[in-house]
Write a protein of this length. Structure first.
Length: 215
């Protein structure tokens, strides 16, 4: 599967244009994109990173990392996903970077999602849905999640996000209306961000493999 991830990551380079500040996500597929981006580092103005992990990898290649507050709107954001449906709606957050990823996606004119074939689903929810929460609200949010969705939230113990928060993973969902669920969960006090990217889905999805698919 790493070959499919590499092919997807390298294909996304075709969306990078001279002079861009490129939004860069997090994860194993994005790591291949960052490595390919290194060859273009003298043609771009820099990158905005969604995680400390990606920041370190970008800097190791000599790519300047710019704060989003200083970059303004971005022309391009490239990131992976844990699940993707045919409407380009996503579940993200397996790497616990969902909040920063969602912020950068919202700030970007074009969101290119890079995945391997195993991430494609007809209905989102097979992968447990991550929700970033303020630590003191963990139990409150978990109870509200059960009441609203019927899913089973599990605290991802030992994981602290780059924002200093915790993550609940909701198991047992079949997300037939991702926009409605994203909206509802975001209203629970103590929720920082929900790993559903449905209100702002991807614009382009690249699926790596023996034959690369773009939709």
């Amino acid at each position: 599967m790493s070959q499919a991830k590499r092919l997807a990551g390298e294909k996304a380079i075709e969306f990078v244009e001279d002079g861009m500040i490129v939004g860069v996500g997090t994860g194993s597929t994005v790591a291949f994109f960052i490595d390919a981006l290194a060859a273009l580092k003298h043609r771009i103005a820099g990158a905005v990173s969604s995680s400390e992990q990606s920041t370190q990898r970008l800097r190791s290649h000599g790519i300047e990392v710019i704060e989003l507050n200083n970059s303004g709107p971005l022309p391009l954001y490239v990131d992976g996903a844990d699940e993707c449906d045919r409407q380009k709606r996503l579940v993200k957050g397996g790497g616990a970077a969902l909040t920063r990823e969602k912020i950068i996606a919202q700030a970007s004119a074009k969101f290119v999602c890079i995945v391997d074939p195993s991430k494609q689903v007809d209905v989102l929810g097979r992968f447990p849905l991550p929700v970033e929460v303020i630590p003191m609200a963990r139990s409150l949010v978990a109870r509200e999640i059960v009441a609203q969705t019927g899913g089973q939230p599990v605290w991802r113990e030992g994981v602290i996000t780059d924002n200093g928060n915790w993550v609940l993973d909701i198991h047992g969902l079949a997300i037939t209306d991702p926009v409605a669920m994203e909206t509802a969960l975001n209203q629970i006090p103590g929720v920082v961000s929900v790993g559903l990217f449905a209100r702002r889905p991807a614009d382009v999805v690249i699926v790596g493999g023996e034959s690369i698919t773009i939709f």
